[in-house]
Design a protein around this ligand. Structure first.
Ligand code: MNH
Ligand code: ZN
Length: 179
């Protein structure tokens, strides 16, 4: 995963567990002297270990921390790439463009990024069905990112997750309900 994602986790970690505890996690799970540079790729295992470390220190399940992380990550990515995120005038427009526009632009900016495959179908004006597939199985993080996006557009979002890769499915199905 790119440094930009680690920096998002770092920001959240410093807010929640504090700098000292975060440094402790880095000492345990990252090579000595590690500095996360946004466009550089670092091992996924390192991100998962750090996220698990944050979860343990907060005494929360990893899935919950990944969701909170995803939510703050949206703002972090949107701010870092205003040129991309400001293209959309509504939550719906952004969501249907994740794969075809947002991550396509990301592929131009980063050398061989490791991105999920996301497809969307608009069911009606209050419902969007999103299919998520990635070998990293970060669907909980995707849920958080979607909540972050909803917040950005001042929308109330509820997500159902009736099919999940963590339960052996080939891809996750997220049903987005908008108010
Ligand atoms: Mn996007 C990684 C989903 C918006 C740039 N993105 C990921 C991952 C998920 C994801 C999930 C983790 C990788 C994986 O699952 O395999 N992203 C979303 C969703 C939204 C989204 C659901 C909106 C909602 N992403 C954005 C925006 C940007 C962005 C906005 C920036 C303009 N995403 C990235 C980058 C990565 C990433 C960069 C990291 C790629 C890598 O590590 O190689
Ligand atoms: Zn899932």
């Amino acid at each position: 995963m790119r440094g930009v994602v680690f920096r998002g986790l770092e920001e959240l970690a410093i807010e929640t567990i504090g700098m000292q505890e975060w440094d402790e996690l880095l000492e345990t799970y990252a090579p000595q002297g590690r500095v996360y540079v946004s466009p550089t790729a670092y091992p996924d295992e390192e991100l998962f270990a750090l996220a698990q470390g944050v979860a343990s220190k907060l005494d929360k399940p990893l899935t919950e921390v990944l969701a909170i992380f995803g939510q703050s990550l949206f703002g972090f990515l949107a701010k870092k790439h205003v040129g991309i995120s400001s293209k959309f005038s509504s939550f719906e427009e952004l969501v249907v463009s994740i794969d075809s526009v947002i991550h396509m632009e990301v592929k131009k900016l980063y050398d061989e990024p490791n991105l999920p495959s996301i497809t969307t179908t608009i069911e009606n004006d209050k419902t969007i069905i999103l299919k998520y597939k990635s070998n990293r199985k970060l669907c909980f993080c995707a849920e958080g990112l979607l909540h972050g996006a909803a917040q950005h557009y001042n929308r109330v979002l509820r997500i159902e997750h009736p099919q999940c890769m963590h339960e052996g499915a080939d891809h996750c199905v997220l049903i987005l309900h908008l108010d």
